[in-house]
Structure formats: C-alpha cells, structure tokens
Design a protein. Sequence first.
Length: 274
Amino acid sequence: MPELPEVETVARDLRAAVSGRRIEHVSVDRPDIVRFPDGRILPELLTGQRFENVDRRGKYLLLELDSGDELMVHLGMTGHLLVCDADAPVAKHTHIRASLDDGNELRFDDARRFGRVAYGSREALTAARVLPKLGVEPLSDAFSQEQLDAVLRKTTRTVKAALLDQKGVAGLGNIYIDEACFLAGVRPTRRCHRLTRRERAALLDAIPRVLTAAVANRGSSVDDYRDVWNARGSNQERLQVYGRGGLPCFVCGTTLRRTTTAGRTTVYCPHCQR
C-alpha cells in the first residue's frame, strides 16, 4: 500500500498538474468505488468545478474544489491516480475519468478495488467516517517528542503496532516503520513501554529523515505504486531492511531477521537494532 512518501509525491504532482483546471466531463464506470455520496451522482457534483489545490492527510489525497468541497482519494493497495492526454489508451480497471479544460484527463484505476473515493466538505467526509481521525503529520512542525511520547510511552504494544496506528502518527506503514526503526537502532518488535528516552528520541529523529529521503526519491515502487505520470519511484533501491529478510545487513553484514509483528512482515538487524 502506498504510504506517506508515495501519496505526498502524487499530491505534489497533482498540485502542479490540475490546480486551476476546470472539470468539463466526468464518467464513473464503477459507482461502488465512491464511498460517499452515491457514486452515480458524482459526475453531476464535479462537472463545471475547478480544482483549487491538493492537500494530503496521512495516506489520503484531498483535491480542493472552488465550491469549498473536496474530492478525497485513498489509493488502497493497487490504486493509481493518473494525469494523461484524453486520447491516451485507457488502462484496464479504470473506474473514474475526469476531462479537464487543458485536454488532459484525471483517471483513477484500481485493480483490486481496495481504494476509495469520496466527495464533500472536510466536515461531511469526517462525519460520514470516510475520512478517519488521523494523528500528527510526521513531516510537520507539530511532530515533537511530546507527540511521539504520547504514542509510545503508555502502551505495551510493539513499536511496529503503535506506529501503524494512524490515530497516533499519520501516514506511516510497513516500509517506513521498518526503515525508521533501523535508522534509530530500535527493533520494531520491542515493547513501547520498555523504550528508553534516548531510543524514543532516536525514533523522533529517524522517522522524518526516512520519509524526507523517500519523498526526494519519489517514493518506493516495491509493488504497484506509480506516480501521476505512471512512472516508478526510485526509493526502493535505497531501502536498508524492508523486503531484505535473510540477506546481509548493509552496515554490519549480519543476516537480517524476518518475522511477523502486528500482522505484518517485519525485517530488522539483530546486531544493529536493540
């Protein structure tokens, strides 16, 4: 599933590509992909509106419209939000197409249909529970030791489980939790209440560093992720532990250990991480 760096890359590209563009026509081939309101009325709601900006909260894209409402998109596991020429071949499993006034189309495709789309004001999306309550943004100034300690100090969950909970820190997932834990020298299988102050400080430093580097590399295309132009990211070439279980650690040469934590495959170095 695309995580914060991948969704942030898409948000930045969309901001440049669609801001100021008017929506001239919308087609929805699978209304059930729209979680709120009824997908059959989405064309009527969107047509004629203009995109003003693109925001991101956690793993959610929020395309702001001149009406004050927003088009919310969650990419799920296999979703793609693409900008292409209106005459370009239409990919299989394309569910929504929005023609823009510059001759391009904004398209959403999703083979497994775990992604979701919704439309409305931020308040309406929250009230309808299609936009959940999300925690602190780890690339914001609000991401402080106090905020992270509130997530980690008073729970017996593993570090991996606590950081996967989007109500604490928004946007983190399997890839970047493993990578941040490696950089911090902390095993993701550790129990949160047993972390030292130094270890929590190391995680506070490591999380934004890992995410910032991944955004600079336009995300990790380890599975289906592609950017707005259908191009792969390059950060997968720089991953230190994720997906490398059984291989030698790049730092010390110790065989990386693979286990399951919080229902997710987890990889760490038994020598570099304590």
